[in-house]
Structures are given as structure tokens and as C-alpha cells.
Design a binder for this molecule. Structure first.
Ligand SMILES: Cc1ncc(COP(=O)(O)O)c(C=O)c1O
Length: 382
């Protein structure tokens, strides 16, 4: 198998543990071990204390699958397979796809959602989100135009990484209707689901509504627990979970025993953890909007509808790559430029989940002021 490097992960590998400020992280300020354990019930704390570190069940801890299923309408514990989120994408794509299949993937999105299909030998069409007036938009006619008689899979990701786009319920239903009309499976990455500023915006899980749908969720984003490496696939399609488990024998076989117990505690406390995370995002969104308004000559804010990230646009005279390089070299601030997402147009990703956002934006402010002053001085020299 030959697979292209994962641009975002390589970019993060370079800066994640060396840059002072990470302005483009998609995850939320992570919870501490003590904070999570404080949420444990006497029963889960007893499980934690008595845990033996043996192999675990391939499909995932039954109690964890039971807790996860409670968060869905039509999913039962047997419709759930636990794996690290990135692993779950790899397993699902290898289970669903054959060389020569045609796949349509929303763009921009997380690279593995289309790159693994490419590495399997599938042909790809990207269904592009468009930056509209003050919001991201999708065009359903364009989705229909991408469909051929070889199309097997539609890959969607709402709330979207990196734009924060979330379709309306009507648009969402139309996507399912189009997929159904053409007999497509849907892989729905729902890693940022529950991070909607209003509960009324939350869309159902595709795996709840669509019989050929397979959804991905997990603890890395909405639960602020990426270090547990726990995610899950849900599907009601007959036999699909068993096929995924069979493939997983070649990846991790089973999950980390301590992580599964901690995940039970997290899922039992979903409402509390999500509320904590939404509060961080809400406060940061206000700060970011004010900052972008102050710098509207060089930065254009495109508000995210949900999730923990935005994908604003750089309008300055220097190329975006130069802005990003100078920020990291002079101010120790990492931003991820849009080309890392194979997306044109001078966008960059802005994370809204870290508690030092304000401090990082103050450093960006210093940089922007400094470059404006230098430009002014050089124009006066002439
Ligand atoms: C949309 C999306 N799906 C899946 C993943 C993978 O999650 P993890 O890194 O926890 O495996 C990410 C991580 O950034 C993501 O943004």
C-alpha cells in the first residue's frame, strides 16, 4: 500500500510540542486525570481501582458500548465498535471500499477521510464547501453532479473540520435523500457533534437515520480527551460491524483497558463535559470575532456554525505562507494554512478551544502592528 503523507499531522509533528502558542488546534483544552476521576460514580471508581491490565474485547468494552448506545436513537450496543478515531477511519475505509470504487468526499476536511480511499485505489471527487457572504455553504446540485454509476461512498463531516460548517436540517435530509436515491453508503465523521452553540442546531447521527450509514464519533474533540485515544463506529447495516472487527485484528486488535474505563466515566458525564467545552468555545468565539473586526483590513472572519474551529481568510499583502512563517519564527505562534487541507484561497485554521487564545491573539496583534508600522515607514522613505 502506498499512501501520501498526512499533511496536517506532519505539520503538527513539526510544531505541536515546540511552538509556544498553538492557534490552530482543533481539540479543546484537555481535561486532567483528576478532573475526570472526580466525575466517577462509586461503581466506575471501583472498576478503575480493580482493573486488571489484560487484553480487552475486540469490539470494545460492553459497558462502554452500552453507555455510548444511550446517546443514539436507534443504535444498540451491538451496533458499536470502539477504536481510536483515526484507526476507525482506516478500518472503515478498508472494510467499505474496493480498488476502482468511486468516492465523493466533502472538501475541505480531515485528510484521512479521502486519502485512505485514494491509497486503496479508489477514484475521488471532492464536493467543495464554498465561502459565502459571512458563512460557508454547500451546493446540493454539485453533489448530484459528482455521482457516477461507480460511486459507492459519500464521505461527510459535520460539524466540519476546518470550516465549522454545519448544514441545516433540511440540507442534511436532502443529502440523505440523494445518497439513498443512488444507493450510496455514507461515512459520516461526527467527531465534533454536540459542539453546537444551540442544541436546536444539532443534527441526528447518520447511523441513526440512514440504514447504509456508518458514523464516527469519539472522545478527542467534544469530550476534550484526545489522549485516551477512544472513538467509535456506529452502524445498523447488517454484518458491517463484524467485518470492521475482522479488519481491526490487523490494526490494534483491541483497545487500551484503562482508556475504556475512563471513557465510561466520560460518556456517563457527557452533558457536564460538553457544557464545559461549549463555554470555552463561546468565550473564545467572542474574543476571536472582536480581534478579526479590529483587523478587518488583513483578516476576514467567516463565523463557524458549530464545532471548535474556524477557517478565516488572510487578506494581507504578503502571501499567507509568509504570514504563517513569520508568526511561528518571530512570535512562536503556529497557524495551519489552508493548503495543508488541499484547499485554495488563503484560509487558515483557527482553534477556539484553548484557554490561552486571548494571549496568542495579543502576540498576533503585536506582529500585525509591527508590520504595518514597517510598511508605513518604508513608504515614507520613498
Ligand atoms: C474530523 C476529524 N476526524 C477524525 C479525527 C481523528 O481523531 P484522533 O486524532 O483523535 O484520532 C480528527 C482529528 O483531528 C478530526 O478532526
Amino acid at each position: 500500500m502506498s499512501i501520501s503523507p498526512f499533511k496536517l499531522e506532519r505539520f503538527f509533528a513539526k510544531y505541536e510540542f515546540s511552538a509556544k502558542y498553538l492557534l490552530s488546534s482543533s481539540d479543546i483544552e484537555s481535561l486532567g486525570m483528576d478532573e475526570l476521576l472526580k466525575m466517577g460514580s462509586p461503581e466506575t471508581l471501583a472498576l478503575w481501582k480493580s482493573l486488571r491490565l489484560g487484553y480487552t474485547e475486540s469490539q470494545g468494552n460492553p459497558q462502554l458500548r452500552n453507555e455510548i448506545a444511550k446517546g443514539y436513537e436507534n443504535i444498540r450496543p451491538e451496533h458499536v465498535m470502539i477504536a481510536a478515531p483515526e484507526e476507525a477511519i482506516f478500518v472503515a475505509m478498508h472494510t467499505l471500499l474496493e480498488p476502482g470504487d468511486h468516492v465523493i468526499a466533502l472538501s475541505p476536511t480531515y485528510q484521512s477521510l479521502y486519502e485512505i480511499a485514494r491509497s486503496i485505489g479508489c477514484s475521488l471527487s471532492s464536493w467543495d464547501l464554498q465561502p459565502g457572504e459571512n458563512r460557508w455553504t454547500i451546493d446540493l446540485d454539485k453533489l448530484e453532479d459528482c455521482i457516477t454509476d461507480r460511486t459507492r461512498l459519500l464521505v461527510i463531516n459535520f460539524p466540519n473540520n476546518p470550516t465549522g460548517f454545519l448544514p441545516s436540517r433540511q440540507e442534511f435530509d436532502s443529502i440523505l435523500t440523494i445518497a439513498d436515491k443512488h444507493g450510496l453508503r455514507i461515512f459520516s465523521d461526527e467527531m465534533y457533534r454536540q459542539l453546537e452553540p444551540e442544541p436546536s442546531l444539532r443534527l441526528p447521527s447518520v447511523s441513526d437515520l440512514y440504514s447504509r450509514g456508518i458514523s464516527l464519533s469519539g472522545l478527542s474533540k467534544s469530550y476534550a480527551l484526545p489522549g485516551l485515544r477512544i472513538g467509535w463506529l456506529t452502524t445498523r447495516e447488517y454484518g458491517l460491524i463484524e467485518r470492521c472487527i475482522t479488519f481491526k485484528d490487523y490494526t490494534t486488535i483491541c483497545n487500551s483497558a484503562p482508556s475504556e474505563i475512563l471513557a465510561i466515566i466520560a460518556v456517563q458525564n457527557t452533558a457536564r463535559i460538553v457544557a464545559r467545552n461549549l463555554e470555552i468555545i463561546r468565550a473564545n468565539t467572542i474574543i476571536a470575532k472582536q480581534f478579526f473586526d479590529q483587523h478587518s483590513d488583513r483578516l476576514a472572519w467567516i463565523p463557524p456554525r458549530a464545532g471548535s474551529i474556524a477557517f478565516p481568510r488572510w487578506l494581507g499583502p504578503e502571501p499567507l505562507a509568509e504570514f504563517a512563517n513569520e508568526l511561528i519564527e518571530k512570535q512562536g505562534i503556529m497557524i495551519v494554512p489552508g493548503n495543508i487541507f488541499d484547499y485554495p484561497g488563503n484560509h487558515f485554521r483557527l482553534g477556539l478551544g484553548r484557554i490561552n487564545l486571548n494571549e496568542a491573539l495579543e502576540r498576533v496583534d503585536e506582529y500585525l502592528l509591527d508590520t504595518s508600522n514597517k510598511r508605513l515607514a518604508s513608504s515614507q522613505d520613498i
